[in-house]
Design a protein around this ligand. Sequence first.
Ligand SMILES: [Zn+2]
Ligand SMILES: [Zn+2]
Length: 146
Amino acid sequence: MKDTNLNKSMKHRTRIQRLTYLFQSKKAELAAGYQGYQELLGFVDQCNRLGITDRGQEMALNDWIDLLECWPFVGGGNAGPLSHVQRQRTMVRDGFVCTMCGRPADEVHHKSTRSKGGRNRGANLTTLCVECHEKVHGARSGICKK
Ligand SMILES: [Zn+2]
Ligand SMILES: [Zn+2]
């Protein structure tokens, strides 16, 4: 068990280094153009001071790395299916929780649905858990599914 824990913390340390490197190398652009900059800054700082202490942070760490590897965001048009990056960016912005009930989010929802011309813009996207997402769509389920 000891070895497993050691491997786990080593893995986290490497991931934190990766996050820190990506953050530092893109810091100026992020500060200028990324809305979640302060949150990201706080997270990087926390990782470096306290490490990763729970599963939620571990997921957040991986998501921030994914996001930074794709920054600046390109691809994933305004219409059509959401790209992975657009999905991740919405999840990060909304803190990985359902914006209706506060439970962990599972899916990204278009407030104005794509069938009604809703676009893949931040203001039109929100994160929901499966239950709330189904409630929102009712009989029209499946609109936002991957
Ligand atoms: Zn919910
Ligand atoms: Zn939806």
